[in-house]
Design a protein around this ligand. Structure first.
Ligand code: ATP
Ligand code: MG
Length: 191
């Protein structure tokens, strides 16, 4: 969340799962209800995602190496029949330290952790450093939530069927971050 100066030679990038329209719609409705209840800024529907691996600020010339890592992992995952990757969001959470309200997985999802681990390994082999923070699968719903919003447990679980993952560029502005898709895998016919 700390501010980083935008630089033409660098990009802030991460790998993530992006929900399909119907799931994004439901998540956005939950985010809006939570923000209406306690305040904070609901994530816009088109920005809702689940981060798999966060690279941070990298030189632009390293983007091909990240694309190569994504491609390699996609091939491995397709070979191991990981996609479609099906799991459930079964838990509402709140982090006091950064005032984020989120929805995530209480039940561990081996394939999701496997995908995050594979990405971490592939980028690590190419010299990128990831933070050693443990992977906590979650979708941020509300930023700057002053307290934990009331949980709408009756809305759970939310089923997610992910057919691909993406490499995103995050561009930050006053209202939050906008994300640009740099690549998506598996690309149809590439496996
Ligand atoms: P902003 O920080 O401008 O409020 P944001 O957090 O959505 O917006 P980024 O900070 O660019 O945008 O982060 C992109 C994604 O990567 C988000 O899902 C964020 O939670 C995640 N992320 C950011 N920093 C880390 C980190 N150090 N480790 C793991 N994931 C991270
Ligand atoms: Mg952030």
């Amino acid at each position: 969340m700390s501010g980083q100066t935008a630089s033409p030679e660098r990009a802030r990038v991460f790998f993530a799962l992006w929900p399909e329209a119907a799931l994004a719609e439901r998540l956005a409705a939950l985010a809006e209800a939570q923000a209406a209840a306690v305040g904070g800024r609901a994530m816009a529907r088109e920005t809702l995602h689940l981060t798999l691996a966060f690279l941070g600020d990298v030189p632009l010339e390293t983007l091909p190496a990240l694309q190569e890592a994504g491609h390699l992992v996609a091939r491995q995952q397709v070979m191991h029949h990981v996609f479609p990757l099906e799991f459930s969001l079964d838990h509402f959470g709140y982090w006091q330290h950064n005032h984020l309200a989120w929805i995530g997985c209480r039940t561990p999802v081996a394939a999701l952790h496997g995908l995050a681990d594979a990405l971490a390994a592939a980028v690590g082999e190419r010299g990128f450093a990831l933070e050693s923070r443990p992977f906590v699968p979650h979708v941020t719903l509300v930023r700057r939530a002053p307290v934990a919003p009331p949980c709408r447990e009756e809305a759970l679980p939310l089923y997610w069927r992910a057919t691909d993952f993406a490499l995103l560029r995050s561009r930050r502005h006053a209202g939050g971050a906008a994300y640009e898709t740099l690549a998506r895998w598996p690309v149809e016919g590439s496996a």
